[in-house]
Write a protein that binds this ligand. Structure first.
Ligand code: SF4
Ligand code: SF4
Length: 293
């Protein structure tokens, strides 16, 4: 089961939920892989403390230009949607940081002036965290395109009972790349107006993708919030509420696993795991529009 943990905005506790979910699943005897796809700022390792055993670069394709063969037909500039290649006055200007590696330019170049080359964009690290198979992608400094690194992390995921994907925050391409082939998406939010606004965007995204999903409210107050009312109206299951507990914040600030430091939270994450499985079983056709089990 692939469970993606995402959030409409950063700072909601997404990594806390992902890491503790993986920890509890492993503790219950399941095989677990943790994929940190938040490649611009991976921080799952701070909590899971894996021993990294392998590092390998991630490359993306870019064109290599042989200007002497260029007939200045202009086709590469026409097909490139990212202005990464610009033929101008007998020269071909290439902007590798803008290139998405689609291959369009060297396919249309009839003179053989363009061929496929590659450049490094990040790295993939794999290791082990107390029995949890750990993988993280790290985007090189100065690189803008994280999807190739995310794809590399997901492609290297081993078979496991549970694959927990820590997605980047927001609703842009990297998030979609991280969550799109998941069995279930957990959306972590906080009961504030900003949290609700960004939750609505995230819900819109997963509905377009047609993925089953549920919500975890972090830093929840005992009283009902606008987030509760909205989820009820939209028939979105709230699978867990993590209380606004100073001890949790302290454990987080020390880089500790909540379930390890505060074992009283283990049942909450165990129940969350169980509810995800139950939600998945209950899902038939309309993703996300399910009542809580
Ligand atoms: S498509 Fe090839 S021949 Fe045409 S301008 Fe680009 S590099 Fe030159
Ligand atoms: S590979 Fe695609 S994105 Fe990159 S320069 Fe060529 S057409 Fe543009």
């Amino acid at each position: 089961m692939r469970i993606a943990v995402a959030s409409g905005k950063g700072g909601t506790g997404k990594t806390t939920v992902a890491a503790n979910l993986a920890y509890v699943a492993s503790r219950e005897g399941h095989t677990v892989a943790y994929l940190d796809c938040d490649v611009e700022e991976p921080n799952g390792a701070l909590f899971l403390r894996p021993a990294i055993s392998e590092r390998e670069p991630v490359h993306v394709s870019i064109p290599a230009v042989e200007e002497t063969k260029c007939t200045n037909c202009g086709l590469c500039g026409v097909i490139c949607q990212y202005s990464a290649i610009v033929p101008i006055k007998g020269k071909v200007l290439l902007f590798p940081e803008l290139c998405h590696g689609c291959g369009g330019c060297w396919l249309v170049c009839g003179s053989g002036a363009l061929s496929e080359s590659r450049r490094s964009t990040g790295r993939l690290e794999t290791g082990n965290a107390n029995g949890i198979r750990f993988l993280q992608g790290i985007l090189d400094i100065g690189q803008a395109m994280s999807p190739p690194v995310i794809r590399a992390v997901k492609a290297a995921a081993p078979d496991a009972d549970f694959v927990v994907i820590d997605a980047p925050p927001g609703t842009s391409c990297p998030v979609i790349e991280s969550v799109r082939d998941s069995d279930y998406v957990l959306l972590v939010t906080e009961p504030t107006p900003f949290g609700l606004n960004d939750l609505k965007l995230a819900v819109e995204m997963v509905r377009v993708l047609g993925l089953p999903f549920g919500v975890v409210i972090n830093r929840a107050e005992p009283s009902a919030s606008d987030t509760h009312a909205w989820c009820e109206y939209e028939q979105i299951p709230i699978l867990a509420e993590i209380p606004d507990d100073r001890h949790v914040a302290e454990a987080y600030s020390r880089g500790e696993m909540v379930c390890e430091t505060l074992p009283g939270y283990v049942p909450l994450f165990s129940e969350l795991l169980r509810r995800i499985a139950a939600s998945l079983n209950a899902t038939t056709t309309t993703a996300g529009r399910r009542c809580a089990p």
